[in-house]
Design a protein around this ligand. Structure first.
Ligand SMILES: *[C@@H]1O[C@H](CO)[C@@H](O)[C@H](O)[C@H]1NC(C)=O
Ligand SMILES: *[C@@H]1O[C@H](CO)[C@@H](O)[C@H](O)[C@H]1NC(C)=O
Ligand SMILES: *[C@@H]1O[C@H](CO)[C@@H](O)[C@H](O)[C@H]1NC(C)=O
Ligand SMILES: *[C@@H]1O[C@H](CO)[C@@H](O)[C@H](O)[C@H]1NC(C)=O
Length: 399
């Protein structure tokens, strides 16, 4: 039963997104319907410990422009919930943030944070990133719409999701919310804690490239084997044609959206202009920047500015905050843009030997190396320590 309505609603949502002519009122009505459905199904949530429950899919109505209260347009953001290990409404909440792709039920079932949930009695929620997967506003991916896509918009969504879901799920006001994420979403997890420490208790940021950089040639110095790297091996014309498609992809990585974010926030162009570089077919930096111009009409100058602004806004590799754990693998080329050394008593860094991109987040396997097992153990211990300290200080002030 849990899957039927969700699938049906998903299909309806797709139908409404497919035609960009779908009237906004239809979407709003649909949003209302989904929300009512969700609220009624939430009331049936079993809160008891140890009760097996399948993850549920839900939708939140979020403002398209959270920074302009006069703009009443909204979109539906998808989330997943697993309350299988949620021990009590005072228990911690693990908020697994989606990044540049769709987010499925696995986000709350497999790998960490799901694997850490039983030990801490946590509720696990997965939140899909706006403009990816099924969380795409009506109007799709046209360039006018994409100005509502940025990490700052995504963080505003995290804040409103955290407040709205607390209410919907009757989470205790003393519950600790911990953000998790891998890769770009790892950066979001860290930034969510840094910017909103009163709402988000801690963050575990896996393989998080927190420093934006235009020319990421350092990538090739670390590369030992191929990863989830963006592949531009098609002909230029084919690539351009694909990136100009404004029909939203409903699963997998959103290439057009992510290109937009690289042009307007992060850069991260993997180049290979040094003669010793093993990947001679990679496009040169000017050619990568031309994509921003050709696909979105964005100048190179604006991208250069955007990268600098991102670093001044978030603090690059020396963010100032507390209770953020950065986890990296030393075989992952992205670790050079992350935090790999402790930045004080409560911004800690864990560099796992021989581990690749986001490996700590993957489900446990019998072939896992001892260093990976140890790394995962340290993540759990760090969270336990922070949660226990917070509990003690609560007791001290007599709450
Ligand atoms: C805010 O939204 C209103 C209503 O849509 C619009 O008229 C106005 O131009 C927007 N302001 C900005 C700064 O985008
Ligand atoms: C893009 O989408 C917005 C919002 O639906 C719409 O107002 C605008 O006309 C669209 N622009 C193009 C070029 O299709
Ligand atoms: C929320 O939880 C509290 C404490 O258990 C309970 O008193 C209250 O009735 C709950 N509210 C809802 C709407 O379930
Ligand atoms: C890392 O991998 C190398 C080569 O496979 C191996 O010799 C070494 O023992 C590994 N180190 C750790 C800490 O697992």
């Amino acid at each position: 039963m849990a899957r039927g309505p969700a699938l049906w609603l998903g299909a309806l949502l797709l139908a409404s997104l497919g035609g960009s002519s779908a009237p906004a009122s239809l979407l709003r009505r649909l949003g209302e319907h989904i929300r009512r459905f969700q609220e009624s199904s939430v009331l049936g949530l079993s809160l008891g410990p140890g009760v097996a429950a399948r993850p549920r899919e839900g939708w939140l109505e979020q403002p398209l422009d959270p920074f302009n209260a006069s703009d009443r347009r909204s979109f539906l953001q998808r989330y997943w919930i697993s309350d299988q290990h949620w021990a009590s409404r005072d228990g911690p909440v693990f908020l697994h943030l989606g990044g540049e792709g769709s987010l499925g039920p696995g986000s709350v079932m497999r790998g960490h944070p799901a694997a850490l949930a039983p030990a801490l009695g946590a509720l696990v929620i997965g939140l899909e990133h706006r403009f990816y997967g099924l969380s795409i506003p009506a109007g799709g991916l046209n360039t006018t719409q994409l100005r509502f896509l940025s990490s700052r918009h995504a963080l505003a969504d995290v804040v409103s999701a955290r407040l709205e879901l607390s209410r919907l799920l009757n989470v205790s006001s003393s519950s600790r919310w911990v953000c998790f994420g891998g890769s770009y979403a790892g950066s979001l997890a860290a930034w969510a804690r840094l910017k909103f420490p009163h709402l988000l208790f801690a963050a575990v940021a896996s393989s998080a490239p927190v420093r934006a950089v235009l020319d990421f040639s350092a990538y090739n110095e670390v590369v030992t084997h191929s990863l989830g790297q963006r592949c531009l091996s098609f002909s230029r014309a084919e690539t351009l044609a694909q990136l100009r498609v404004t029909e939203p992809p409903v699963s997998g990585v959103g290439d057009r959206q992510w290109l937009y974010q690289t042009c307007t926030e992060f850069g991260f162009y993997v180049t290979c202009e040094d003669p010793t570089c093993p990947f001679s077919k990679l496009p040169a930096l000017p050619s990568q920047l031309e994509l921003c111009e050709q696909v979105f009409g964005l100048s190179t100058w604006s991208t250069v500015q955007a990268v600098a602004q991102t670093n001044s806004y978030y603090g690059g590799q020396t963010p100032v905050g507390t209770q953020v754990l950065f986890v990296n693998g030393d075989m992952d080329p992205w670790h050079v843009l992350s935090v790999t050394q402790d930045l004080g008593p409560s911004v800690s860094a864990l560099l796992i030997p021989n581990a690749s991109h986001c490996l700590d987040m993957a489900p446990e396997r019998s072939s896992d190396t001892p260093s990976l097992r140890l790394g995962r153990q340290s993540i759990l211990q760090q969270l336990q320590t922070w949660l226990q300290l917070a509990q003690k200080s609560l007791v001290r002030v007599g709450v």
